[in-house]
Design a protein around this ligand. Structure first.
Ligand code: AMP
Length: 537
């Protein structure tokens, strides 16, 4: 039969088959809130009526500025399910950027968590196209703000609208959600997902050898719902009927660990920087994980030292995955299979630091500067190109001919692919270090530094060099109380890497700047330290 793949069907399925399964949220209001998929369905239908009453039409965008929580989940289904487009804004962006993005997306209504009231107050006057601002709280917590026009209360909207709503059927290729990716140069670019791409991505991501989500899991997404749809977890959870645990704004190690333990979380997902905070807390307080069995790490390379800590010390399996906003995001997962059974522990760890094999639905190839395909020998490095039914073909309201090269999406990542299909990112193409005409991959160098017990965080950048053009420079944050010096860290590289890859120098800093999605902002580090080796020469 020709049945469309629609997001509303995920919710209807969860309501019918997993109605009693729980959704637990730490709320901005300060308490822990509990609901079920049955209630989610009812409230999403009320909200769909409310969104329609606010004048939002099919295809129009509804913005959110919200943490991970049940109300945000209700919006995921109410907005997309009724045929409008959910636009998740990243509250960590600069207000000017937010205004630019909300204007570009032509958001009709903006829903926001109370924590973002000051931000909404700062931008509301500059968003004349937004017809209503909805505070995601109840009447008792409603703020009084003279700076926000047409300020509405979320719970009032839900209560005053009927739970009778028939999810409409339409073409599965209609847009369902929108997420902007922040280029380090130029304006942000909008990536539009469709119902079809979202449902296919949810199927693929939950396969056993992909991320292996099941109805027996309690999933805690640390990855924000404003960052590529929390890697698809809000959709996948309905598909498989998993318990969902939302951390709200509390992403520090203690809050996360407490929630893992209190709610019996079995699997979590997030970027390496978040896990660093968690590991530090668990280590400092001699804690363990009683139910957590695996964690999905992506967004930046997961340092092997982090994998070792999770797996060997805490019996939590690390699943390393790669993707980007333009790929929905899942592209590849590093899973060791029967073909890797003969590897010893160290070899397994080394392989796990690769970004893994393409999930079914995504095809990958690597090309040189002329666009010629490179061999899959684990040595040749080139730009990674991907294609598939949940990969972007262009940008929302984008200008010009779009990014595709012969039907493939150029990722801007430099990688190798080995004979077994394991892909390894060596760098972002703009971060690669070109020393005497040869490429040095900064991720390898960072992973080694991160394995040093006195290093809290390390980033490797290209610094200008009088002889070699560029040489690697390491920027390091020491762990508290550690007195690590340059020479010791440089010696730490001996035998671990080709000698000419060894960083030329180390600068110690108090902190390394992170962008809105938790990635190291290497452009800022380059601005600060680009000439460091020239000064030394
Ligand atoms: P974003 O669109 O903000 O999610 O960023 C996508 C980019 O993050 C990719 O193009 C990669 O450069 C980087 N990235 C994502 N996952 C990984 C990973 N596992 N290892 C290394 N880099 C990654």
């Amino acid at each position: 039969m020709d049945r469309p793949l629609l997001i509303s069907a995920l919710l209807t399925h969860a309501e019918r088959l997993h109605g009693e399964r729980e959704i637990v949220s730490r709320r901005v209001e300060g308490d822990v809130h509990r609901t079920t998929y049955r209630e989610l369905g009812q409230r999403a239908r009320r909200l769909a009526n409310a969104v329609a009453a606010l004048g939002v039409e099919r295809g129009q965008r509804v913005g959110t500025l919200a943490w991970n929580g049940y109300r945000h989940m209700e919006l995921y289904y109410a907005v997309s399910g009724s045929g409008a487009v959910l636009h998740t804004l990243n509250p960590r962006l600069h207000p000017d950027q937010l205004v630019w993005i909300a204007e570009h997306a032509q958001d009709q209504v903006l829903f926001f968590d109370l924590s973002f009231l000051p931000l909404v107050e700062a931008v509301a006057a500059r968003l004349p196209g937004v017809k209503a601002f909805v505070a995601m709280t109840d009447r008792a917590h409603m703020p009084a703000s003279s700076k926000v026009p047409n300020l509405l209360c979320y719970e009032e909207l839900v209560e005053t609208h009927s739970p009778e709503f028939d999810w409409p059927e339409f073409d599965e290729k209609l847009a369902s959600s929108l997420c902007y990716t922040s280029g380090t140069t130029g304006n942000p670019k909008g990536v539009l997902y469709s119902h079809r791409s979202t449902v296919l991505h949810a199927y693929a991501a939950s396969m056993p050898d992909a991320l292996n989500y099941s109805g027996s899991d309690a999933i805690l997404p640390v990855v924000p719902m404003f960052h590529v749809n929390a890697w698809g977890i809000p959709y996948i959870a309905c598909m498989v009927g998993a318990k969902l645990v939302f951390p709200g704004p509390w992403l520090d190690g203690k809050s996360l660990h407490d929630l893992f333990e209190a709610e019996g979380v079995t699997v979590s997902a997030g970027v390496p920087t978040v896990w660093q905070g968690l590991l530090a807390h668990v280590e400092a307080n001699s804690l363990s994980f009683s139910t957590m069995r695996r964690t999905i790490i992506g967004g930046s390379a997961c340092p092997p030292a982090m994998m070792r800590a999770f797996q060997e010390r805490y019996d939590v399996q690390v699943v390393h995955a790669w993707g980007m906003t333009e790929t929905s995001p899942l592209g590849s997962v590093c899973r060791l299979g029967p073909g890797q059974a003969a590897l010893d522990a160290e070899q397994r760890l080394a392989l796990q630091s690769k970004q893994g094999r393409a999930v079914f639905g995504v095809e990958m190839k690597i090309v040189d500067a002329d666009g010629s395909e490179l061999p899959h020998d684990g040595q040749a490095a080139g730009e990674l190109l991907v294609r598939g039914p949940w990969i972007a073909s262009g940008y929302f309201r984008g200008e010009g001919s779009g990014p595709l090269q012969g039907g493939w999406f150029p990722t801007g990542d430099v990688s190798t692919i080995d004979a077994d299909g394991f892909m390894q990112i060596t760098d972002r193409s703009k971060d690669v270090i070109k020393s005497g005409g040869e490429w040095i991959g900064s991720i390898d160098l960072e992973n080694i530094a991160m394995a040093h017990p006195a290093v809290a965080m390390a980033a490797c950048i290209a610094a200008r060099h009088p002889k070699w053009d560029e040489r690697p420079l390491l920027v390091v944050v020491r762990k508290p109380g550690q007195a690590l010096e340059r020479d010791e860290l440089i010696r730490f590289y001996e035998g671990k890497i080709a000698k000419w890859w060894t960083p030329d120098d180390v600068v110690f800093v108090d902190s390394i700047p992170l962008g809105a999605t938790g990635k190291v902002q290497k452009n800022l580090l380059r601005d600060a330290w680009r000439d460091h080796l020239l000064a030394a020469a």
